[in-house]
Ligand binder design. Structure first.
Ligand code: GDP
Length: 365
C-alpha cells in the first residue's frame, strides 16, 4: 500500500496520491529551435541607426569593438555609410581623478542638457582596461538617473587592446551615435595624461573636474593636462567646503595665466559647483556654449575637427602597421632571438631593430 495511513485500521483518514512534480528543467527545451539573432547587413545597421534604434546602435558599437576581422570589415562599411550623417554634435571630454565626482556630475549635467531637448550619449575611455580588461568607468549604474532617461545612451569603455585602439573605437562610436541623432556626446576618462590626450583628440571642449585640496592641489596635476583644459571646474563647492573651493579656483586661475595663450584664442575659465547638490550647473553649460559660439565664429571649431580627423588617419595607419609587424609570423619568431641578443650585448638596440624591420619588409615583398 502506497500510503499506510489508508489502512482500514485508521478510520476516517484518507491520504490522496500526490501529484508528480515537474522537472526543474523545461522538457521542451531540447525541441525548441534555437533562436539566433539574425545577422544584419551593413544596410540594416545603417537604416536602424539613422532611425535612432538603440538596439541596433548598441549592436553596431559591439561590431566596432569586435576584434574579429570579418566584423571589422562590416563595421568599416557601416561607419563609412554613417559618416555623412555625423558631425552635428557638441563633443565634450570630461576628466578627473577617481572620486572627483565624474559620475555624480555627468548624471546631473546630463539631465540638465536633456531638459533643453536633444539626445545625449555618454562614452568612456578607461585606461585601466588595457591592463585589467575590466572597466571602472562608464558603468550604467554609476549614473542612476541618466541611465533610465529615454534620450540617453550610455556605453562603457571598450575593454580590449591598447589605449590607442580603445580610443579609436570610441571615436568611431561617436560617429555612430551622431548618425543616430545624439547631438551631445560626453567622453569620460580618468588618468594621468595619456588617456586625456586621447580624449582631447576627439572632443570640442575639454572639461577638467578638480577638487579643492589643501592648497597644493596644483602640484598633483600634470601641466600638460591643465594646458588641454578649456574649462576647469572645482566640484564639491558645498557646505563648509565652499571657501576652500573658491580659493582653489583662484589658484587655478593664477596658474593658467602662466601658460601660453591657447591656440583657440579662448581663455579657459575656472568655476566652482556642486554636482551632488546641483549648484552651479547652469553656469558650466553656459561656459561650454559660450566657448562653442566663440570658436565657431573664429573658425577654430572647424580647424580643430579637421586636425583631429588628420590625427586619427595617422593614428590608424600607425596602429595597423604595428599590428601587421608584430603579427607577422617571421617577426614573431625572430623577436625573442633579437631581444636576447640585445640583452646579452651581442647586438645594439638599433641594429636589432634594423634587422627586424629588414626581415619584415623582405617578407612583405
Ligand atoms: P567619480 O569616481 O569621479 O565618478 O566620482 P563619484 O561621482 O562617484 O563621486 C565620488 C564621491 O564624491 C561620492 O561619494 C559622491 O557622493 C561624492 N560627491 C560627488 N559630487 C559631490 C558634491 O558635489 N558634493 C559633495 N559633498 N560630494 C560629492
Amino acid at each position: 500500500m502506497e500510503h499506510p495511513e489508508n489502512d482500514t485500521a485508521y478510520k476516517g483518514l484518507t491520504v490522496n496520491k500526490g501529484i508528480e512534480q515537474p522537472s526543474m528543467i523545461n522538457p521542451y527545451l531540447k525541441n525548441r529551435p534555437r533562436v539566433r539573432r539574425r545577422e544584419l547587413t551593413a544596410n540594416d545597421y545603417v537604416e536602424g541607426i539613422l532611425k535612432g534604434d538603440v538596439m541596433i546602435l548598441s549592436r553596431a558599437v559591439t561590431l566596432v569593438e569586435s576584434l574579429r576581422p570579418e566584423h571589422q570589415a562590416l563595421a568599416q562599411e557601416v561607419l563609412e555609410k554613417c559618416l555623412p550623417y555625423s558631425g552635428n554634435s557638441i563633443r565634450i571630454g570630461i576628466s578627473g581623478v577617481p572620486g572627483a565626482g565624474k559620475s555624480t556630475s555627468i548624471d546631473v549635467f546630463g539631465l540638465h542638457v536633456l531638459e533643453k531637448g536633444g539626445k545625449l550619449a555618454v562614452l568612456a575611455i578607461d585606461p585601466s582596461s588595457e591592463r585589467s580588461k575590466g572597466s571602472i568607468l562608464g558603468d550604467k549604474t554609476r549614473m542612476e538617473k541618466l541611465s533610465v532617461h529615454p534620450n540617453s545612451f550610455i556605453r562603457p569603455s571598450p575593454s580590449a587592446g591598447s589605449l590607442g585602439g580603445v580610443a579609436r573605437k570610441t571615436r568611431e562610436t561617436i560617429i555612430l551615435c551622431e548618425a543616430a541623432g545624439y547631438d551631445k556626446i560626453f567622453v569620460e576618462t580618468v588618468g594621468v595624461g595619456q588617456s586625456e590626450t586621447a580624449v582631447h583628440s576627439m572632443v570640442d571642449f575639454f572639461l577638467l573636474i578638480q577638487l579643492a585640496g589643501t592648497g597644493d592641489e596644483l602640484q598633483g596635476i600634470k601641466r600638460g593636462i591643465m594646458e588641454m583644459a578649456d574649462g576647469i571646474v572645482i566640484n564639491k563647492a558645498d557646505g563648509n567646503n565652499i571657501e576652500k573651493a573658491k580659493l582653489a579656483a583662484s589658484h587655478f586661475r593664477n596658474a593658467l595665466h602662466l601658460f601660453p595663450a591657447p591656440e583657440s584664442g579662448w581663455t579657459p575659465q575656472v568655476l566652482t559647483y556642486s554636482g551632488f547638490y546641483g549648484l552651479g550647473i547652469e553656469e558650466i553649460w553656459k561656459m561650454i556654449y559660450d566657448y562653442i559660439a566663440f570658436v565657431k565664429k573664429n573658425g577654430y571649431f572647424e580647424y580643430r575637427r579637421n586636425e583631429q580627423a588628420k590625427y586619427w588617419m595617422y593614428e590608424t595607419i600607425n596602429e595597423h602597421l604595428r599590428d601587421s609587424f608584430y603579427h607577422n609570423e617571421k617577426i614573431a619568431e625572430l623577436i625573442p632571438l633579437k631581444e636576447k641578443a640585445v640583452l646579452t650585448g651581442g647586438l645594439t638596440s638599433f641594429v636589432a631593430a634594423k634587422q627586424l624591420l629588414d626581415a619584415y619588409f623582405e617578407d612583405m615583398k
